[in-house]
Design a protein around this ligand. Structure first.
Ligand SMILES: Nc1nc2c(ncn2[C@@H]2O[C@H](COP(=O)(O)OP(=O)(O)OP(=O)(O)O)[C@@H](O)[C@H]2O)c(=O)[nH]1
Ligand SMILES: [Mg+2]
Length: 366
């Protein structure tokens, strides 16, 4: 049996099996087999296509962070890119106007945020309909995904599902589970919380699907079978915001009803009529968790007017790289004043993690 037949056989079996306490372990095992086979299928396809065409559009990240638009055709993604940035992405009444990735740069509160407009996707995109998979893959390199909907097609769940199918987890934390392979001794499971969603036996079964027969597993969180499989696969975790476009075409009652129906927060906007665009910029900026670093020349005064903007958890090295490509080669040490150090003027190395409003002096080699 080839991989596609095996995948079909497992899907058929999952379909037939009723989900209850007695079948939990069996279903979990099938999910693991399916996850592994799906990846193997993708890898073999990728080998056939070759590196040149690849699985994703080629986009170079630039700016302080990258935001990607994912949405159905004609919801107004390109119109929105044009209103947030000075890009000129083609817009039109018909579907599939955008055929490739179109970048733009949004400046907000001194941060430069790269925004990537993409072709629209439809349900089934993750299984290779149209350009679907290549479009979705761009989200792998994003710091934030904007799920762009319009008031007449408010189905964000389909978008999440399509991203999920290619291994992108939206608004989820990586599971707090560690699997350390060992050379002998079988599988030892150390649970630090009471497991309700998964059993130790299922954990062992899933590991065996992945040919892991010796390992130390530390479970610090009550995970589902799917989350445990995620630990073994290469998943990407990205945050999202929902944007609801074309609100100029409906009244407030319509928006309120929509809010009741989809039960999850969204930002109502009109890209075309410029409604709430500033609020959206704020929301993007706030979700990206930027911090401000005030640079201070050696023996000089900190520059409080023009902070350097960087992502939360940035190291001194990340800041060096933002200033100049060669900076890290000239780096001797840094001095920091602020929340990330015990006392002002503390000497730190390149791996020191900075916090919001730290003052930083970089001392170069002579
Ligand atoms: N009324 C109204 N129309 C809008 C709004 N934003 C976009 N449109 C219109 O919707 C149509 C589609 O807009 P695009 O920006 O091309 O949509 P898209 O999502 O980029 O479409 P694809 O590239 O085909 O996926 C165009 O006719 C726009 O003028 C809006 O806020 N209100
Ligand atoms: Mg477009």
């Amino acid at each position: 049996m080839g991989i596609p037949e095996k995948i079909k056989a497992i899907k058929d079996e999952m379909h037939k099996t009723q989900i209850n306490k007695a079948t939990e372990r069996h279903i979990g095992l099938l999910k693991a087999k399916l996850a592994k086979l799906t990846r193997e299928q993708d890898e073999s396809k990728q080998r056939k296509v070759g590196k040149v065409k690849g699985e994703s559009f080629d986009v170079r990240r630039s700016g302080d962070a990258t935001v990607v638009f994912i949405g159905f055709p004609s919801v107004g993604k390109s119109t929105l890119l044009n209103s947030l940035t000075n890009a000129k992405s083609k817009t039109a009444k018909y579907q599939f106007t955008t055929l490739t990735v179109v970048p733009g740069m949004m400046e907000h509160r001194s941060a430069k945020i790269q925004i990537l407009d993409l072709p629209g996707i439809i349900e089934g995109a993750s299984s290779g309909k149209g350009l679907g998979k290549r479009v979705l893959s761009v989200a792998r390199n994003a710091d934030l995904v904007l799920l762009v909907l319009d008031v007449f097609h408010p189905n964000h769940i389909v978008l999440r599902k399509e991203l999920r199918n290619i291994g992108i987890r939206i608004d989820e934390q990586p599971p707090n589970v560690i699997v350390e392979k060992t050379s002998s001794g079988g599988i030892g499971v150390n649970t630090q919380v009471k497991l309700m969603k998964i059993s130790e036996n299922l954990i062992k079964d899933i590991l065996r699907v992945y040919d892991i027969n010796n390992a130390r597993v530390i479970v610090r969180e009550d995970v589902t079978d799917e989350q445990f499989i995620d630990v073994l696969e290469d998943r990407t975790y990205v945050r999202s915001l929902i944007v609801m476009n074309k609100i100029d075409l409906v009244n407030q009652d319509f928006i309120n009803e929509l809010q009741d129906k989809i039960k999850i927060d969204f930002i109502p906007i009109s890209a075309d009529s410029n409604i709430n665009i500033e609020a959206l910029k704020e929301a993007i900026f706030n979700t990206l968790n930027f911090i401000r670093i005030y640079m201070r020349p050696k023996n000089g005064k900190p520059d409080y007017d023009q902070p350097l903007i960087t992502r939360n958890d940035s190291t001194v090295l990340a800041v060096c790289n933002k200033i100049h490509r060669n900076m890290k080669n000239e780096f001797r040490y840094a001095m920091v004043w602020g929340k990330s150090v015990k006392f002002g003027g503390q000497k730190v190395g390149m791996n020191h993690v900075l916090l919001d409003e730290d003052v930083l002096t970089i001392v170069k080699k002579l």
